[in-house]
Structure formats: C-alpha cells, structure tokens
Design a protein around this ligand. Structure first.
Ligand code: PFF
Length: 492
C-alpha cells in the first residue's frame, strides 16, 4: 500500500506546499490586525513564544504522524491508537467547514480583483464601505435573515472551487509544481507592496504604530490567547493538512528541519506583510488627517475596505496596485484553500479505497453547495461565526487531543526516537515536555476561558442563539466523526 502511495516530486515541493498552506489570508489581514489590537510590537513576544512552545512542537508532531503512518488523518491516528480514528475525522470535518467559508472570502477577492481594473469600489471612504457591505455583500443586518443570493459572490465561489479542483486533480506531483507559483508570485507582489508602502508619505507613522511595544499588555491573558490562536491558524495546525501532506513523503524523510523551515518561512512572511499593511495605513491616516488607530477597521474590513481606500489615494497607477493587491490575496489564499480540501479527499480515499478521480470532484461540488448560504445577504455573519467556532474550539480541541494521544498513549519519547532517526536536526527531551505538558495546558486553558466568555457574553454581539448554533455544530461534527470512525474501511 505504502509503495503505490502518491509522492511529492521532491523535498522542496513538499516544503513549498506546506509553506503555501500556511501562508494565506491569515498573514496579510489577520496577523497585522491582531498585532495592532494586542499591543503592537509587544505582541511579537507572545507570538514568538507561542511559535516555540506550541507551533513548532506540534508541527513536528503532525509531520511525524503523517510520515510514519503514511496515511491521511483518520488512518494515521488509528495506526497511532486504535481508538483515535475519530480525532482524525474530527480534524477532517473541521477543515471541510473551514474550506467552505475560506472559499467564500476568496470569492470576495475574486470580485475585487475584477473591479480593481476600473476601481469600481468608488472614491470616498463612504462609497467604498457601501461597495463592500451593500453592493457586494448586500448585508442583511442580522445572521437570522439570510435574504437572497448575491450572484457575483456565488459566481466568485464557483470560480474558486473550479481553481481548487484544477490544482488538485492531477495529484500531488503536479500540485508540487503549482505551489512554486502560488508561493513565489505572492512573495514578489509582497515585495512590490512593501517597497511601494515604505516610499509613501506617512509610512513611518504606520510603522511606529506596528512596531512600538506596549509591554503592559503582556499581563493580559487575552493577548496570550490571541498569540496562540494566531499561531495555530497561520501554521494550519490541527486541521489534518500537515498530516496528509507529510504522508506523501517517504518514511525516511527529514522532519525537524522541514518543520523549522516551514514555520519560520510562514512567520517571517507575516512579519514582512506587516510592513506593507502598516506603511500603507500610515499613508492613509496622513491623507485623511487622522491617527493610525482611527483608520483600521477590524478583521476583514482591513483587506476589503481600508485597502481599496488606500489604493484610491495612490498618486500613480492605482489600478495596477489594486489589481496586484487582490492578486496577492488570491494567490496567497488559493494554496491554503486547496490544502484544506486535500485532507478531506485523502481521508476518504485512504479509508474506503475509492478512486480519487471521483472523490475530488464530489468533495468540490459538496463544498460549493455547502458554501451557498455564505453567498446570501446574511452570509457575511455566518462566515464570521463559523470562523470563530471552527478555529477557537475545534482547532484547540484537536490540538489538545493530538498531544494527549501521542504524548501519553503512543509515547512522546518513542515518536521522538523516530523523528531523530530520520532528521538532520535532532530534537531533545524538551520536546516531550512541550507535547505532554505545556502545549496541552495552554490549549486546555484557552478552550475553557473562551468557552466561559462565550457563555457569558455570546459571540461578538450576535444573538445568543448563534452561539448555541456554533456549539451545536461542534457537537454534531464530533458525532459525525465518531460515526465515520465506526464504518468499515475498504483498505487494510
Ligand atoms: N494558514 C492559513 C492562513 O493563514 O490563511 C489558513 C489555513 C489553511 C488554516 C489550511 C488551516 C488549514 F488547514
């Protein structure tokens, strides 16, 4: 079985694919915004600590599990411990839900890319805001009102799913070639954006804002939670992606150096993207005669409202920079998007031995259909709600369970022995301590604290029933995972 398994063309294909999965929309809007919200420069300290104490140890673990077992998450976890298959399925169903809304955000970027050639989003801040909220999304005002479908968003969604299908249908060898472009092109564009940003008047103000530390925030637990959450999201941990990608590597390939390389490349990209975003925001603040905190809108607004405003103000070639920025988002996002689909496809193929030729298009069509509610007028709120529940609860739970199963049941030192037997960089007993104690404690505490906050206040000002829907969804996904794990597989 292991011998006819699909293979990457080369080690660098694998690294590029893992880097491509990691680098995505999360690096360009989420990282800068979270950094700003959590104390600017001082946030980089918990961020770095989270990378060392949870990001890298868990990445090493997932690479090791995928590579050692040569299976997609459910099969892989089952080989680690018979009763753990459902954890693999849980990661897979979560990443499927993630893929459905991630593709919707990609669809917005597809629309903006199209409109950038004519700068159709308007001129003033008000017009641009209205373009995003009314013209494109037609926001209904509440998650309870879905309203009709916004056709351009639906078309963008279809285009995104077709691109995902095209990237994956020839198998991982071809995928390994595509990722050179989907990682290379955004990097080139990012360099252009940073140079452009830094040469704009007011850039320094933006950078001061980005890099000046406010150490008092280090005493707030929410800052530490945000740092760990961002590390998980950005490295694509606990979602099955890294396990399935590593399973296409031969069993004796290096693990630890690959993990160090991919995580540092990803976090370096985030840090670099911060320069492009904040220098441009500094320029925007100066042009509008306000301070930098006053121009930043939260989360997605940064990419879809603040950026077009800044692009309009550029003295020359706004169309070009508009198109480049949205091309950046698209090329950054697409390899993350298909990395969310591959674990789903790989898991079904590995468990039931079905033909990938049929599984892939079926999953793509299903993903598109499940995504249709996000294209309605209430869709924006559901993207936001799903993101919160999948990432805050699902992801931390999977990470926690992986640590327990590998750390205690399989044995941390045992799997470390395997890692060291194939890797150039040897890892010491410190890794066992992280996997068995530090990472699960951090994840457990984070889960409980977020949950208490949710029960007390609901999520983000939405009605309380949306919080129950989110919790219900996580429970239903766990049940589905159990059901899948009890089905008989078609493969030994
Ligand atoms: N790491 C991606 C980003 O920063 O945009 C998001 C992501 C991709 C999460 C793949 C999970 C995943 F499996």
């Amino acid at each position: 079985m292991a011998n006819d398994r699909e293979r990457w063309g080369s080690r660098s294909s694998f690294i590029f694919a893992a880097v491509g999965a990691a680098i995505g929309l999360g690096n360009v809007w989420r990282f800068p915004y979270i950094t700003y919200q959590n104390g600017g420069g001082a946030f980089l300290i918990p961020y770095f600590i989270a990378l060392i104490t949870a990001g890298i140890p868990l990445m090493i673990l997932e690479y090791a599990v995928g590579q050692k077992t040569q299976g997609a998450p459910p099969v892989a976890l089952k080989k680690i411990w018979k009763k753990a298959e459902w954890i693999g399925w849980f990661a897979v169903v979560l990443v499927f839900i993630l893929a459905t809304y991630y593709a919707t955000i990609m669809s917005w970027a597809v629309n903006y890319f199209y409109h950038s050639f004519t700068l159709a989003w308007g001129r003033t801040g008000g017009e641009i805001n209205a373009f995003f909220n009314q013209a494109l999304l037609g926001k209904s005002g509440s998650p309870g009102i879905l309203g009709g479908i916004q056709w351009p968003v639906l078309v963008g969604l279809a285009i995104t799913w077709i691109l995902i299908y095209l990237a994956l249908f020839k198998g991982v060898k071809t995928l390994g070639k595509i990722v050179y472009f989907t990682v290379g092109i955004p990097w080139l564009i990012l360099i252009i954006m940073v140079v452009r940003g830094l040469t704009l008047p007011g850039a320094v103000e933006g950078l001061n804002f980005y890099l000046t530390p406010d150490f008092s925030v280090l005493l707030q637990p929410k800052v530490w939670l945000a740092a760990y959450g961002q590390i998980f999201f950005t490295l694509s941990l606990a979602m099955g992606t890294l396990i399935v990608y590593a399973s296409y590597m031969p069993e004796d390939s290096d693990i630890s150096a690959n993990a160090f390389m991919t995580s540092l490349a990803n976090c370096g990209t985030s840090f670099f993207a911060g320069f492009a975003v904040f220098s441009t925001l500094g320029y925007l603040a100066q042009s509008m005669g306000v301070s930098v905190p006053e121009v930043t809108t939260s989360g997605l607004g940064l990419a879809f409202v603040t950026y077009p405003t800044a692009i309009n103000l550029l003295p020359v070639a706004s169309q070009l920079f508009g198109a480049l920025f949205f091309l950046l988002l698209l090329t950054l996002g697409i390899d993350s998007a298909f990395s969310q689909v591959e674990p789903v496809v790989g898991s079904v193929v590995d468990k039931w031995g079905l033909n990938k030729k049929w599984v892939l298009p079926s999953i793509c069509i299903l993903g598109f259909l499940v995504g249709i509610p996000y294209t309605t007028r209430g869709g924006f709120y559901w993207v936001d709600i799903m993101d919160h529940f999948v990432c805050t609860y699902g992801l931390t739970l999977v990470g926690f369970l992986e640590c327990i199963v590998i750390g205690y049941i399989f044995g941390a030192s045992e799997i470390r022995g395997y890692i060291n037997s194939v890797s150039d960089v040897r890892i010491g007993p410190w890794w066992d301590v992280f996997i068995k104690v530090i990472t699960p404690i951090v994840l457990g505490v984070s889960f409980v604290m977020q949950f208490i906050k949710l029960v007390q206040k609901g999520y983000s000002g939405y009605p309380m029933w949306t919080a129950f829907t989110g919790i219900g969804l996580v429970i239903v996904l766990i049940i589905i995972s159990f059901v899948f794990s009890t089905r008989k597989g078609g493969n030994p």
